[in-house]
Ligand binder design. Structure first.
Ligand code: DGI
Ligand code: FE
Ligand code: FE
Length: 404
């Protein structure tokens, strides 16, 4: 395996880091790239409102998730954060080398680091454990590269690759933090990383989470889920907005419900149960035994207590997985938008998309029947509320279509 190590303060990780990581991973055909936030030396006073180590790790995890692709798996590592005090790269590489004795290791670094590498703590060990991948940030920096490469080869037997950065993002973290404090800076950050900053109120971004704009709400939600769920969430928002216009519900509330509906989807079963306990939510036996259903419960609670959503929105999120007998317009819209959104590609979606503009209730009934059939096929128990919602719609005289 070919493994890269990219360390940095990541305070916060920005598009410059991401462009460098992506380019080097591609140029070296890395199988894995480890993104490692370093311990900020205690003598370096941190600007007020700086992220804690745990928060820097969280932002780095979001960055890693957004960068991962078919070729390279990007992972965030807390190896240096777990150590007391300052970490030396030589020690970190030694540890990595021990964990991966057979693999090819590459240490990534930008211009400034590369040009001073011979002055680091035990450069000969660094060059023994890993090859050096230097990326050029500025034209000026690259001029010294050849000289430094020759020196490292001569003095330490280093293997050096210089990798030009095609997407040149010259981002200064200091300027970025200043921009954030002044209400800007989003254009230099991944949406999910910005969402972390918003949710934790870092770098002086002190927005009231209960009054976020739709754009900020999207960023906050984006920071809570994996990249692979984003097309689904965007699709659900688009579909919910469309249905709100078609059926006369508030488009804004439909969007808000859709943006947040799966925000706790990646919480573990344990986190879901803990959160329910914290908020005094009593779960029935069925819910306890079906963790995939709990994200609707906790999602509604987060929408309420963190993002201050109106009760109608929370209720729609609460009902989006099983439905609810007596469900209202916004609940129906979110329930069916979750199924009919454009990124879902099941055979039955076609029919559902037609049905949903003709007869909303018939579409909800159709969705319930799809859920029932799908779970029966897999031998899963069906949640009683799904069955009760179906009975309720049938009793209301809603047209039932066979699920093809
Ligand atoms: O969160 P999404 O994937 O967008 O969709 P969703 O909120 O409808 O959740 C689907 C998950 O919930 C899926 O893992 C199946 C599960 N599920 C939904 N209804 C039932 C159910 N699982 C069981 N066992 N019984 C149900 O009635
Ligand atoms: Fe869901
Ligand atoms: Fe969903």
């Amino acid at each position: 395996m070919r493994i890269g190590l990219y360390g940095g303060t990541f305070n916060p990780p920005h598009l410059g880091h991401m462009a460098a990581a992506r380019s080097v991973a591609q140029a070296l055909e890395l199988d894995r790239l480890i993104l490692m936030p370093d311990n900020i030396p205690p003598h370096k006073p941190l600007p007020e409102g700086s992220a804690t180590p745990v928060q820097r790790l969280e932002m780095t995890q979001v960055m890693a998730d957004r960068l991962s692709n078919g070729q390279t798996r990007f992972v965030a590592s807390d190896l240096e954060l777990r150590r007391e005090g300052r970490s030396y790269t030589a020690h970190t590489l030694e540890e990595l080398r021990r964990a991966h004795p057979e693999d090819e290791l590459w240490l990534l670094m930008g211009t400034d680091m590369f040009l001073t590498l011979h002055q680091w703590y035990h450069p000969e060990l660094i060059c023994k454990y890993a090859h050096i991948a230097a990326f050029g940030r500025t034209q000026a920096g690259e001029e010294g590269f050849a000289e430094q490469t020759a020196r490292l080869e001569r003095e330490f037997g280093a293997v050096v690759r210089v990798i030009p950065l095609p997407e040149r993002f010259v981002v200064s973290s200091t300027q970025l933090r200043d921009a954030l404090r002044a209400g800007g800076g989003q254009e230099l950050l991944d949406q999910g990383v910005y969402g972390c900053i918003l949710r934790h109120g870092l770098y002086g971004v002190g927005k009231d989470l209960k009054r976020l704009s739709l754009e900020d709400l999207r960023a906050a939600s984006c920071s809570m889920v994996k990249a692979r769920r984003l097309p689904h969430i965007r699709g659900t928002e688009t579909e919910a907005a469309l249905l709100a216009r078609r059926w006369g519900a508030s488009e804004e509330l439909a969007r808000k419900a859709a943006i947040l509906h799966d925000c706790t989807k990646y919480w573990s079963a344990e986190e879901q149960l803990q959160s329910c306990e914290k908020y005094g939510i009593v779960l029935d036996q069925m819910e306890r035994s079906m963790p995939p259903l709990l994200h609707a419960v906790t999602g509604a609670q987060v929408a309420r207590s963190v993002f201050g959503m109106p009760e109608e929105v929370c209720q729609a999120i609460r009902s989006h997985t099983t439905g609810r007998p007596g469900m209202g317009l916004l609940e129906k819209i979110l329930y069916i938008a979750d199924y009919a959104e454009p990124s879902r590609s099941y055979a039955w979606c076609e029919r559902l998309r037609e049905l949903v503009v003709e007869d909303l209730d018939a579409a909800v009934l159709y969705g319930l029947n799809v859920t029932i059939a799908h779970n029966r096929d897999r031998g899963n128990p069906i949640h009683p509320r799904t069955l009760e919602t179906r009975e309720w719609l049938l009793a209301e005289g809603v047209r039932e279509e066979p699920v093809g």
